[in-house]
Structure formats: C-alpha cells, structure tokens
Design a protein around this ligand. Structure first.
Ligand SMILES: [Zn+2]
Length: 399
C-alpha cells in the first residue's frame, strides 16, 4: 500500500480526528473540521464510522453563538469503545493494567513474584496475570486492541525486542513476540525511560516542549531525549543511557567493572548500599530492594538526617552528569523520574550543585516527572493501537 493510497489517507484522517477529540475531551463536528482542516463531509463520514463501531458517542449539546435555537452536538470517546493493556516490568515495578480508551485505568494487578532468571517464564506469568485481570474487570475482550509494555532497559520498538536490561539482567529478549503470542493482541515495547518521556510529552509536564531530557532513577539509571521535537534513538536505541558516565573524583567500583560511574554513586541502589553501610538497614527491613527504596524515599527528612543526606548526596553527583548532558543536548526541560530521582532531597541536592556548576547561566528547569509506570505503559498502548493509524477498525466492527 503506497503512502498516498486512499486507504492510507482514510487511516491518517481518522487518526487526526481521534487525536483532536482526545486532546479536547469533546468536540462538535464543526470544531473538528476547523481544527483538522478536513471538510465537513469528510468529518461526518469519519465520525459516523467511529460512532458505528462504538468508539465515539454523542455527548453534551452546545448552543451555537448568535444562532438561537441551533444546537450542536459534541462528540466524545466512549470509554467502553476500546481497551488496552499496560505492562510495566522494571527492577522495582511489575504490574499489569487494563485501561479504557480514555486512558482511565479500570483494573490493576501487581505481578510481584517474577522469576527474572527465566525471561520467557516471567513474561508468561505476566500474560497469565493479564488474562486474569481481563476476566476480573469484565471488559469486552473483543474490544481489547493492544498492549503497551514498558520495560527497564533499552528496547527496539520495531522488533519488540528488549536489547539489554541491566536491572533485570536480560539480554536480547523478544518481549513483544512472547506477550503477543500469549495474549493474541499486538504489543508495543519501549524502554521505561522512553515510555515515560513519551507520556510526559503527550499528557504530562512536557506538553508542547521540543527539547527534553528525562532521567529515570529507580534502583538503576536510564534516560531518554527529545531533540527538536523528535525522540532521539541512536544507532542502538541507547541515547540517554548515561548510567556509566564517569563522575569526577569518584572511585566507587561499578557493576560494569570500572570505577566512579554515575550508577555507582547516584542511583537508587547506590543510596541503599550507602545506608546499609551506615547500618541503617534496620529501617529498611523489606527484602525487596524496590520496596526498600520507596520506604527510604519517604523516610527521608530532618528527623532521619542520614537518609536525607544519602539522597541529597546522590543528587549532587547526578548534577555532574546532567551538567554534561545539558552542554551536549541543550534541553529546555530536565525531568527526573523514578523513586530516587523524584525524591525531594535528591532533587534539592541536584539543583544545589547544578546551580553552582552553571552559576552564570540560567539552566533549564529541573522538574520531577509525574506520570506513573502504569500510566506510561497504558499510553504507549493507546498511542500505538487506538489513537493511531494502526487502529484496527475491522476488529471493532466485528466486536
Ligand atoms: Zn559502570
């Protein structure tokens, strides 16, 4: 099918209409025509088709200005029109969600007990939890259009393969293929940092921004970058993976075999190691390092000075890496995600050092990312299979 074929154009226009409606919540046909530049006839045809398959419905009626008695019906997404799954697998979050086509999560399950030493088995467990959740939420499974999978590490969305994940100790795992086969729906796979950034750009604090650096810091460190409005991927989907950047003056051994890497001195795992050395392990009684990190992040504060200082110090070291990244990438916004990255003392230490390093210039604002792992996985699925040229309208017709 050539790019300009009628079928392709139809998909493109349908996608345009859906994106306008999701952004505005509800729009009349006239408003859609004005905002998309499509003709009234084209908008009528497209919206009729989307209403017929159950994805749109007629919502509130509005009075037209200056035309007494003329009313105009606004169209909105029908929440029950389509669903997606969102899967998140990181060192400290393993979850499955069912969301409706408006992005509202209608069901969620933790998949805590995953044997990560067997990637295929772990993914089968996730798929099985997803099937249970679909049953429990009682959604119309024939309207389940796809799945977004956000996985710690580097992923290739074209092939659906996880290239490499240090936190999971996975290498070259066909995540998309395994989940897709087990669930009989298409799956879109992205690395966690990329999934978070895409969600922030679409619906979060980065809406409208063209140049954004996102650093995700849970137990380990990952990153992603948008330059001039485009997600930068690099030759091996490794753009933004700054975990092993050397930090000046640091000598702590790193898992990679070198010394003084960012990951060794500024990651959530490094904060936990430091607290264990200072014998604060009692405060973090939980066996699960992800839970430990979340507990510590909440514990920090004046009354737990050592914990506060551990986060603040890790944040200071992160500032050196961000300073270098700013020099190379020239972002307008730097977002910090993950249970260590978003922590208040971590951010305070980061800002303090960054201000010292870049005293003469106004650096870009550093902000905490607000989207959750669940939301980012869900939006990945929605953007790939609902507000997308790939929307399978025939599946909805048959539903
Ligand atoms: Zn390293």
């Amino acid at each position: 099918m050539s790019a300009g074929s009628p079928a392709n154009l139809r998909r493109q226009n349908r996608d345009l209409v859906l994106k306008q409606i999701i952004e505005s919540r509800a729009l009349s046909r006239t408003e859609i025509a004005q905002q998309t530049g499509l003709t009234g006839a084209a908008v009528s045809r497209i919206t009729r088709e989307l209403i017929d398959v159950g994805l749109l419905r007629e919502g509130p009626t509005i009075e037209l200005k200056g035309r007494v008695g003329r009313r105009n019906v606004r169209l909105e997404l029908d929440a029950n029109g389509a669903y997606v799954l969102g899967v998140a697998i990181t060192a400290n979050v393993r979850s499955v969600c069912v969301a409706d086509c408006r992005g509202d999560i209608v069901g969620r399950a933790d998949v805590a007990a995953l044997d990560l030493s067997d990637p295929e088995g772990a993914l089968e467990t996730v798929a099985s939890a997803a099937r249970d959740l679909i049953r429990e939420t009682r959604i119309d499974a024939s309207r389940l259009l796809g799945c977004g999978a956000s996985v710690a590490g580097r992923a290739d969305p074209e092939t659906g393969r996880l290239i490499r994940s240090e936190p999971l100790a996975w290498r070259d795992v066909p995540v998309g293929e395994i989940l897709s086969k087990a669930l009989s729906i298409p799956v879109r796979v992205e690395g966690r940092a990329v999934a978070l950034l895409l969600a922030e750009l679409r619906r979060g604090v980065a809406v409208g921004k063209q140049n954004v650096l996102l650093i995700n810091n849970g137990l380990g460190i990952g990153g992603s970058v948008v330059i001039d409005g485009r997600l930068a991927r690099g030759q091996a989907n490794a753009v933004g993976q700054i975990a092993h950047l050397p930090i000046r003056g640091e000598t702590t051994p790193c898992v990679c075999g070198r010394w003084g890497c960012l990951d060794a001195v500024a990651s959530g795992a490094s904060v936990l190691r430091r607290l264990a050395e200072e014998d604060l392990s009692e405060a973090a009684a939980d066996d699960d390092p992800g839970e430990q990190l979340r507990a510590m992040a909440e514990l920090a504060g004046p009354e737990h000075w050592a914990v506060q200082e551990a986060f603040r110090d890790a944040g200071r070291k992160m500032a050196y890496a961000i300073d270098a990244a700013i020099a190379i990438l020239d972002p307008e916004l730097v977002l910090l995600a993950g249970s260590a990255g978003r922590q208040a003392d971590y951010l305070a230490g980061l800002r303090e050092t960054l201000n010292q390093l870049r005293a003469s210039e106004d650096g870009p604002p550093v902000q905490a990312s607000e989207v959750t792992s669940d939301q980012s996985a869900v939006w990945l699925g929605l953007d790939a299979f609902v507000y997308s040229r790939n929307l399978d309208i025939d599946q909805l017709k048959a539903a």
